[in-house]
Design a binder for this molecule. Structure first.
Ligand SMILES: [Zn+2]
Length: 437
């Protein structure tokens, strides 16, 4: 059988003639050439992400050219994009009806991803807080089904556009995918209300590829207190419940990042205190610049770091005008840059990132209208004196450090023989409580 596109040259092993040998030689040369190109690209990306930027040359003076050069070597890894929610609400989760290779109604499509040099992002598999769970969260809701559907639609679209996207699970996967020109795709669950009060569900989400979970959305749940949104809400647990502490342990053990966006200050402080692994705030701005409970206060920011009494982490700044400005209509690139600068001034430039919330927000800042606009933000910070390493940290290296750190903690806990948490929600009527066995 002659080699065809289906069988490929490497499967043609019947009879060796000169033609075959020539083809094999050509194939080897092509493979070698491709590997060299891949290696060169990988080297460029890894260099900037690994804080060795001086070896990759100076950035041009022109801020827009500088942003383009920087992003070619250290593209943005966005902590929070709500594309799956848009697919649910606009397309009823029909992947065949979605055309991401053409302009969409939202903030995200493949042409704009490429224009904005977005190298990776967390697909938020969000579903909203239930209104019918009851005061003790024990009524049945559809949130686990709906979360599974959001995971499914993300998997379907990553597969449908596999020339562009690649499902990535580890920090090494992310840099590998980016070095091959792929958009690294991770999944994040946005609230403990999506767990059905169950750590078994958490483990199942992990098995399906989920690599962070926000402890709460805008409602309290069985694990932890939320911050509320624009006005505060009465605390329930005053931070983490005992089950919430078990949740943080289990996330550490799995290597799933603990996300503290949306949580109350007490929840964030307690989680920072007990988590063995670095944490993230996947999409949060600074309360000092815009005073709403949803934003992170200095008291919490001061606990993010690598000094005594601190935990490593990255605060990925949200773009939503109503979160970043007292005058949302006037919010622009500079307003978002102010939040990044401020958070860096309280923590350091090693603890900031980008978590736009695109496709999850009704309005956007002037100049940051969609995923094609990240270069404008990088140019603004370059004008403000941010150097190449700082910018590469902001765009992706800080997140990669934290992600790898959480993976290391999981390995360490496995070496220590840490067992899966068997804690159950004490209000559940369907299982014997812990004291019964
Ligand atoms: Zn959110």
């Amino acid at each position: 059988m002659p080699p065809t596109e289906e069988t490929g040259l490497l499967t043609h092993i019947d009879g060796v003639d000169e033609g075959t040998v020539r083809r094999k030689t050509v194939t080897r040369a092509v493979v070698r050439g491709t590997l060299l190109v891949v290696f060169a690209v990988a080297l460029a990306v890894v260099l900037l992400y690994n804080d060795l930027g001086e070896l990759a040359g100076k950035l041009p003076k022109d801020p827009h050219k500088a942003a383009a050069v920087l992003l070619d070597q250290a593209p943005v890894i966005d902590g929070h994009i709500d594309l799956p929610e848009l697919i649910r609400t606009v397309y009823a989760n029909n992947a065949s009806a979605v055309e991401l290779d053409k302009p969409t109604r939202g903030h995200v499509d493949i042409p704009r991803i490429r224009k904005g040099k977005l190298g990776g992002f967390f697909w938020s598999v969000y579903v909203d807080c239930p209104s019918d769970a009851g005061e003790e969260f024990i009524n049945a809701t559809w949130r686990v089904r709906d979360t599974l559907e959001q995971i499914d639609i993300s998997h379907q679209l990553i597969e449908k556009y596999r020339e562009t996207f690649e499902l990535t699970l580890t920090a090494a996967d992310i840099t590998s995918a980016i070095s091959r020109g792929k958009v690294a795709s991770l999944l994040g669950v946005e609230g403990g209300h999506q767990l059905g009060n169950s750590l078994g569900v958490l483990r199942t989400y992990y098995a399906l590829g989920v690599r962070y979970m926000t402890l709460t959305h805008v409602c309290h749940n069985a694990f932890a207190d939320s911050s509320g949104l624009f006005t505060g809400i009465e605390p329930l647990h005053h931070g983490l419940s005992p089950l919430g502490e078990a949740l943080v342990y289990e996330m550490n053990r799995l290597g799933m990042l603990v996300d503290l966006s949306h949580t109350s200050d007490d929840t964030a402080l307690q989680a920072l205190n007990i988590s063995r692994a670095p944490v993230i705030f996947s999409h949060s701005a600074a309360r000092a610049l815009h005073d709403i409970p949803r934003n992170v206060p200095d008291e919490v920011l001061k606990k993010v770091g690598t000094g005594p009494g601190q935990q490593d982490g990255v605060v990925m700044v949200n773009f939503y005008p109503a979160f970043v400005s007292d005058h949302p209509d006037e919010a622009d690139v500079s307003t978002v840059a102010d939040h990044i600068d401020y958070i860096a001034s309280v923590t350091s430039r090693k603890h900031v990132g980008i978590g736009s919330d695109y496709d999850g927000i009704e309005t956007t800042p002037i100049g940051l209208e969609d995923v094609s606009k990240y270069p404008a933000l990088i140019a603004e910070l370059y004008i403000r004196g941010w150097g190449k390493r700082d910018l590469a940290g902001l765009t992706g290296a800080n997140l990669l450090r934290v992600k790898a750190g959480a993976e290391q903690v999981a390995l360490q806990m496995a070496r220590e023989g840490a067992l899966p948490a068997a804690d159950i929600y004490e209000k559940r009527p369907d299982l014997p409580s812990r004291r019964d066995h």
